[in-house]
Ligand binder design. Structure first.
Ligand SMILES: Nc1ncnc2c1ncn2[C@@H]1O[C@H](COP(=O)(O)OP(=O)(O)OP(=O)(O)O)[C@@H](O)[C@H]1O
Ligand SMILES: [Mg+2]
Length: 112
């Protein structure tokens, strides 16, 4: 099992979700976050105005899936979140050691 954590531009959210629903993902968590990458967020524009601070609004999606599906999820997010300009975001993939569905007590891939 893997966790795919993707941080990208808020206005891309609808497209990204559509791409993920098409992949039949079983669940996801969305957070509104702020951050910067190596370019420092300095030259980015948000809603038409240049931001004077370095922390720019982004969304973060977290999805836990099987290794096979995680790969497809990464590719789908990469494609649907890209504008080609700086600040498009990042995707991090980590190994998930365990997952538990609280209601049923299922463990492992049966819990996702
Ligand atoms: N090394 C990192 N660790 C944690 N979060 C990061 C890291 N790099 C980027 N992020 C998150 O991803 C968001 C988007 O980063 P961004 O796309 O600007 O990265 P970048 O390395 O500057 O690439 P680019 O040159 O395309 O701007 C940031 O606002 C931040 O929330
Ligand atoms: Mg950047």
């Amino acid at each position: 099992m893997k966790k795919v954590e993707a941080i990208f531009r808020p206005f891309k959210l609808e497209r990204v979700i559509e791409a993920l629903v098409a992949l039949d993902v079983d669940g996801m968590t969305l957070s509104e976050v702020a951050g910067f990458g190596r370019t420092g967020g300095k030259t980015e524009i948000f809603r038409g105005s240049a931001y004077s601070v370095n922390l720019l609004p982004k969304v973060k999606l977290e999805i836990v899936a099987s290794d096979r599906l995680a790969r497809l999820i990464v590719e789908a997010i990469e494609e649907s979140a890209r504008s080609g300009k700086i600040g498009d975001g990042k995707i991090f993939v980590t190994e998930i050691i365990e997952a538990i569905r609280i209601r049923t007590g299922d463990w492992g891939e049966a819990a996702i």
